[in-house]
Write a protein that binds this ligand. Structure first.
Ligand SMILES: [Zn+2]
Length: 229
C-alpha cells in the first residue's frame, strides 16, 4: 500500500520491496531494506529517506550510557573544540548579541555551550543521561544546538518536532551529524559501526524536514545543517 503522503510527494516505492515498518521520523512512510551487515539490518523510509534500525537493534539505556561514559569530551580538548567550531562559528556569525540557547544532548563534558558562552551567549543544557532537567524543555530559545545527537535518537520525529517547537520565531536550529550518501558508501561507513547510532540522515532527509517546517536547510561542509525558524 502506498500512503497518500507518499503519493503527494511523488515518491516511487515500486523499485524497493517495502512493508509497513513505520519510519521513526515521518511516521507514515513505508520502509524497505537498505543494508545488512554482521551486526544489524538497516531500513530506509521511502518518504523522508531516513535510514534506521528497528527496535530489536537498539541498546538498552544502561548499555547506551556505558558507551557514552567512554567518550569523555571536555572544553580543554582543543581538537574537540575545533570539531565543534564547524557549527559554533557559522551560528555565532548569525546570532544577535546575548542570545539564549539550549544545547540538546550536551553529553558528559559540555563544550559547545562553553564556546557559545565565550561568544557572549547564554546556554541551558539538556541531556537524557547527564543533564536531565525537563524544565529546560519548557521555555523557548533563540538557538538550539544538537551536535552528534540525532543519530542516537530512537524517535527522531518526536524529538525534532519538540526542538522546533522550543525555538522562538527566527531562531536557529544547528545540527551536526554525518550524512548518508548512497548504499555503496554506507556499506563501508565507520559511522554505522557505532551501536548507539540508529538514525542516519541524508541531505534528502533534511530537505524533507525543510518542507515540513517551511525552512530550507543550510548545509555547511559535510556535517553541519542549520535551519532558521
Ligand atoms: Zn520517514
Amino acid at each position: 500500500m502506498v500512503t497518500s503522503l507518499n503519493q503527494a510527494v511523488g515518491v516511487q516505492g515500486s523499485s524497493m520491496n517495502t512493508d509497513n515498518i513505520g519510519c521513526p521520523l515521518c511516521q507514515n512512510g513505508e520502509s524497505g531494506h537498505y543494508h545488512k551487515d554482521r551486526q544489524r539490518d538497516y531500513r530506509q523510509c521511502v518518504t523522508c529517506q531516513l535510514v534506521f534500525v528497528t527496535a530489536q537493534y537498539q541498546l538498552s539505556e544502561a548499555d547506551e550510557k556505558a558507551v557514552y561514559d567512554d567518550h569523555q569530551n571536555s572544553p580543554i580538548d582543543m581538537g574537540y573544540r575545533q570539531f565543534l567550531a564547524r557549527l559554533a562559528d557559522p551560528l555565532i556569525e548569525r546570532l544577535p548579541a546575548q542570545s539564549q540557547g539550549l544545547d540538546f544532548g550536551c553529553g558528559p563534558g559540555p563544550t559547545l555551550s562553553v564556546m557559545m558562552e565565550e561568544a557572549g551567549h547564554r546556554v541551558a543544557l539538556f541531556d537524557l543521561y547527564y543533564a536531565n532537567k525537563p524544565e529546560v524543555l519548557e521555555r523557548q530559545y533563540d538557538f538550539i544546538t544538537a551536535t552528534e545527537v540525532i543519530e542516537h535518537l530512537a524517535s527522531p520525529g518526536v524529538e525534532l518536532a519538540r526542538l522546533w517547537s522550543l525555538l522562538k520565531p527566527k531562531g536557529y536550529l544547528g545540527i551536526m551529524t554525518k550524512q548518508v550518501k548512497d548504499k555503496e558508501a554506507f556499506a563501508n561507513w565507520h559511522y554505522k559501526s557505532d551501536a548507539t547510532h540508529i538514525s542516519f540522515f541524508s541531505r534528502e532527509t533534511f530537505d524533507y524536514l525543510g518542507v515540513l517546517w517551511g525552512s530550507a536547510p543550510l548545509f555547511i561542509g559535510a556535517d553541519v545543517i542549520i535551519f532558521q525558524k
